[in-house]
Design a protein around this ligand. Structure first.
Ligand code: EPU
Length: 422
C-alpha cells in the first residue's frame, strides 16, 4: 500500500492571518444528535475532516439521507429513513464518537447495538459512565463480545452522578435524556465548550437543557425534537490552540480569526508565561513571539484547565524552551508517545509515569518520525516547523482525522510542507 507522508522544511517564520474551522469534537457529537430530529436538519460550519466523513458513512449506514458539502461545511440530515439501529464494527473502530450513537439511537428508537468504540490510542478509554447514566434512565444494557446492546421501553428522567468528569459520558447521557420522560440531572458534568454547543443544538430542536457549562446539567426531555433552523457548530478550540502554538514555535506573528478567545485562556496564560505575546479581540487572537521561550510547568485538566488535546503540541514547543519544563498528563494514560519520536529530532525528555520532564535544547533537527495519534501528529508538525532541515512524518492519516487542510493553512502563513504518496 502506498504510504503517505508529510515533508516539512523547518525554520520558516509563520506570518499572516488564518481562519479556524468548525470544532471536531462538537461536530461528531452534533452529527450523531441530528438523528434525534423528526424533521430534516441542517448543520453548518462543519470541518472537512476524516471524522466527519466517517460520521456521514455512519448515518448512511443507518439509512439516513445525508447531503454533505465538504467545501461549504454544510450537512443536511434526514433521519426519517433510518431503518436499522446497529453500528458496524468497521465504522465504530474508526471513530471514538461512535459511542454517541448508543445515546442517540436509544433515545429515538428505543434500542442500539454498537461495538465498543475505537479512536486514538492514547490509553484506556472505557465507557462505563455512559452506560451507568443510561441505566439510571431505565435502559437495559448488556456488554458482551465487545458490543453494547441497549434497549428501553421509554426512558425516564433520573439523577446521574458521574464518578469522574467525562466529556463523552456527559454528552451521551444528554442525548439519551433528550427524549426521556421528565428531567434528568447530571452531576459532576463536563464543562467543555462542546458540551454547551451540544446543549444549544438540542435546545434549538425544542429540548430543554439548562446548566451546560457548569457541573450540574438538567435535561427536560420532550416527546419529539424538531429541527427548525440551521445550526452552526462552534470553532475548533484545539485547532485554534495548535495554530497559536505554531505561531510561537516559529517566532512568528499570526492572527487566528473566527475563534473564541475565552475558550483559549489556559493556553494563552501559558504562552504569556513563556514570553510570547498574545492579543485577544472579539473573535480573533494574535500570537507574536520574539526571542527564546522560558520553560514552564503545566498539568492537563478538565475545562477550563489546560486541555489534554493541546498537551502534545505544547510539549513540542517546550523542547526548545530555555530551561527544564515539567508536563503532567492527568487525563489519559498514554499521551507521551510523540516525545519518543521527538527524541529522534534531538529533544531531551525523561518520562516518569504521567510526568514528562523536558530539558530544552537550542535546536531540533529534522528526522523521519511517526504520528501515533491525532494530536501526536500535530505535535510532530510543530516540531518539524521548528527543526533545522527536513522532517518526514509518517501516518499522516491521523492528522487528517481532526485537522482540516492543516498544511494548506500553515503554508498560507509561510510554512513549507508537502505531501508525498509513493
Ligand atoms: N473515562 C472513564 N469512563 C468513562 C468515560 C471516561 O473512565 O465512561 C475516563 C477516560 O478513560 C479518561 C477520562 O475519563 O481518562 C476522560 O475521558 P472523556 O470521556 O472526557 O474523553 P472522551 O469523551 O473519550 C473527548 C474527546 C477527546 C478529548 C477528551 C478530553 C471526543 C470525540 N473526544 O474524549 O479528544 O481528549 O474528551 O477532553 O470528543 C482528540 O480530539 O484528540 C481527543 C482525543
Amino acid at each position: 500500500m502506498a504510504e503517505e507522508r508529510m515533508l516539512i522544511t523547518g525554520g520558516q517564520r509563520l506570518e499572516g492571518t488564518v481562519r479556524v474551522s468548525g470544532g471536531k469534537n462538537t461536530a461528531v457529537a452534533i452529527i450523531a444528535a441530528s438523528i434525534l430530529s423528526e424533521t430534516p436538519c441542517t448543520i453548518e460550519n462543519l470541518p472537512n475532516i476524516e471524522d466527519v466523513a466517517v460520521s456521514v458513512e455512519m448515518l448512511r449506514y443507518l439509512g439516513a439521507k445525508v447531503d454533505w458539502c465538504p467545501d461549504e461545511g454544510v450537512m443536511q440530515v434526514d433521519s426519517r429513513t433510518i431503518n436499522r439501529t446497529d453500528v458496524s464494527l468497521d465504522l465504530s473502530r474508526r471513530m471514538r464518537a461512535s459511542s454517541y450513537y448508543i445515546g442517540a439511537l436509544l433515545a429515538r428508537f428505543g434500542r442500539a447495538q454498537v461495538p465498543l468504540p475505537g479512536g486514538c490510542d492514547i490509553g484506556r478509554r472505557p465507557i462505563d459512565q455512559h452506560i451507568k447514566g443510561m441505566r439510571a434512565l431505565g435502559a437495559n444494557i448488556d456488554t458482551s463480545r465487545g458490543m453494547v446492546f441497549a434497549q428501553a421501553d421509554g426512558l425516564v428522567g433520573s439523577e446521574v452522578f458521574m464518578d469522574m468528569v467525562t466529556v463523552g459520558g456527559t454528552i451521551n447521557v444528554m442525548l439519551a435524556a433528550s427524549r426521556a420522560q421528565g428531567t434528568t440531572t447530571i452531576y459532576n458534568a463536563a464543562k467543555e465548550p462542546h458540551i454547551v454547543d451540544v446543549a444549544n443544538f438540542l435546545n434549538s430542536m425544542g429540548c430543554r437543557v439548562k446548566g451546560a457549562g457548569t457541573d450540574v446539567i438538567r435535561v427536560r426531555g420532550v416527546q419529539q425534537l424538531i429541527s427548525r433552523r440551521p445550526y452552526a457548530v462552534i470553532p475548533d478550540q484545539i485547532e485554534t490552540g495548535t495554530l497559536m502554538i505554531a505561531a510561537a514555535a516559529t517566532h512568528g506573528d499570526v492572527t487566528i480569526c473566527g475563534c473564541i478567545p475565552t475558550h483559549m485562556e489556559a493556553l494563552t496564560a501559558k504562552l504569556l508565561e513563556m514570553g510570547a505575546r498574545v492579543d485577544e479581540r472579539d473573535d480573533a487572537i494574535r500570537v507574536r513571539s520574539i526571542g527564546a521561550h522560558r520553560a514552564i510547568t503545566f498539568k492537563t485538566q478538565v475545562y477550563p484547565g489546560f486541555p489534554t488535546d493541546l498537551q502534545q503540541p505544547m510539549s513540542a514547543l517546550l523542547c526548545t524552551a530555555t530551561g527544564t519544563s515539567t508536563v503532567v498528563e492527568n487525563i489519559f494514560e498514554s499521551r507521551f508517545r510523540h516525545l519518543a519520536e521527538m527524541e529522534r529530532m534531538g529533544a531531551r525528555v525523561r518520562i516518569f509515569e504521567q510526568t514528562a520532564v523536558i530539558e530544552g535544547v537550542p535546536q531540533l533537527h529534522g528526522a523521519a518520525v511517526e504520528a501515533t495519534d491525532l494530536r501526536a501528529g500535530a505535535a510532530l508538525v510543530i516540531a518539524g516547523l521548528m527543526a533545522q532541515g527536513t522532517t518526514e512524518i509518517y501516518n499522516t492519516h491521523f492528522i487528517d482525522r481532526g485537522y482540516e487542510h492543516l498544511e494548506t493553512k500553515l503554508n498560507s502563513l509561510g510554512a513549507k510542507i508537502t505531501r508525498i504518496n509513493d
